[in-house]
Design a protein around this ligand. Sequence first.
Ligand SMILES: Cc1cc2nc3c(=O)[nH]c(=O)nc-3n(C[C@H](O)[C@H](O)[C@H](O)COP(=O)(O)OP(=O)(O)OC[C@H]3O[C@@H](n4cnc5c(N)ncnc54)[C@H](O)[C@@H]3O)c2cc1C
Length: 496
Amino acid sequence: MNFELIIVGGGLGGLVSGIILAKEGYSVCILEKNHQAGGNLQTFTRDGHKFNTGLHYIGSMDEGQTLHRFFKYLGIADKVPLKKMDDAGYDRITVGEDDTVYRHAMGWENFSETLIRQFPEEREAISHYVDSISEAIKSIPLYDLENAFSYHLEPHQLNLCTMAFLRSLTKDERLQSILAGANSIYHGAAMRTPFYLHACIRNSFVNSAWRISGGSDKLAGALLEAFTDAGGTLITDAQVDRFEFDGDKISAAWLKDGRRFAGKHFISSLHPAVTLQMVPPDRIRRAFRQRIESLENTAGFFTLYLVFKKDFFPYLNYNHFHYYSDDYFRDLLPDDQWPHTYLVYTPFYEESPGFIPTASILTFMGYDDYKQWDGLAPDQRGQDYYDFREMASQRLLNAVEKRYPGIRNGIEKYFVSTPLTFTDFTGTPQGSGYGILKDCKNPARAIVLPRTKIPNLFFTGQNLNIHGVLGTTINAVITCAEFTGFRYLVNKIIHA
Ligand SMILES: Cc1cc2nc3c(=O)[nH]c(=O)nc-3n(C[C@H](O)[C@H](O)[C@H](O)COP(=O)(O)OP(=O)(O)OC[C@H]3O[C@@H](n4cnc5c(N)ncnc54)[C@H](O)[C@@H]3O)c2cc1C
């Protein structure tokens, strides 16, 4: 088969890129290795219970807010059923044995006033924090569409570290932790998380935070429909194995099962190191390949998918993040303290708004803990792996039970995923949750641009810039702008 544009990977990055360029008249084919497209947006079903693979909330979906504007342009803004989270505390944070529950409230004024009530001496620091976020996002590509003329981040943005900045604001360690907490710093690398990344994520959710009602596959479904409506072709069960070259350009993608798809341009939404494994050694400079392959990845997720007895666990209209200690934010993560953090996530279903049948508990896991099984097929990992999973499950449940006494009594059964489950499912190397780690201490190293050294191969997906639904959507726009022109595409989004 022959297409103008072939996209490798049908997760969020691939689907958004596919919609944009199909709308622009390209004949686009997405090749997705799994039976269903969606990647991290997909859900799975076990014993009749549906679970989100990972995604628990999205931000900035009120009319006129950033993600809403992108989704409106993509034609899906009114096609994704949403449930607004609790504006008095959509994220709630606890630390160690302390019973205090800290809240991140929606809307910047609400956010400040809520924190000031808990840290009355820190009004000035909190207000400075809020001002700094709104200043930072002004120079982040595509957050301010009207003033976006380039996708490059300013060097001073890349170098500013989140924790160093928070320490310069206040000496109150607990406030530093609460401002840093709730998924806006990297696990195990808080000290290296750039402030721009923190600012994007924090701003996106403070603007407004939403659950996808009925499961995250509703978002995958809406994207898929928009893609096919725009004339795109999706081929599933299509694992790309290697690229064929004609001169210095790629001429076709070969699937593992021997099928060949010819194309003029290629976009890969996979991790760049995985993409380069598909390129023969003599087609790309060794130095470039080595740089990409040596990039550090973010930690992976270990998740418990719980099934509750009837009418046992209430729907929580917020996420609960727990940290073992303020030391978490100094990257002091002793092994015997695992799980160092966890997130309790309850999905929203219109039909069961009171008590919920399922919930997920997510934590992070360091690569060293599971690397002995990396590279092995699931059926080759052996009993040790399953024993390890069970041991980790019990440790996580012990930690959760301290905050939710008696929770074990209400659990009918549970399912488990490790970071390697994500490698099996999305192909992410080392089971990494958010892909390449962006490091404020060495920012130039982790920069991955959409253009590659191969003239007709482009990168997109969460590894490019910022992860998450908003970040990956923006990355897709940045990649597609290489085809359409930057301002042309931005104007289309503005006027959608
Ligand atoms: C556990 C977890 C929880 C998260 N929670 C949130 C959240 O609450 N809010 C938020 O905004 N973001 C969240 N994120 C981040 C967000 O989900 C991701 O940033 C985003 O979905 C990444 O999309 P992607 O297209 O880059 O990658 P992926 O979703 O990984 O898509 C890549 C696709 O490529 C396919 N593929 C891989 N190899 C091949 C091959 N050889 N040939 C063909 N296809 C291939 C995969 O099957 C997959 O479909 C979470 C991520 C994780 C892991």
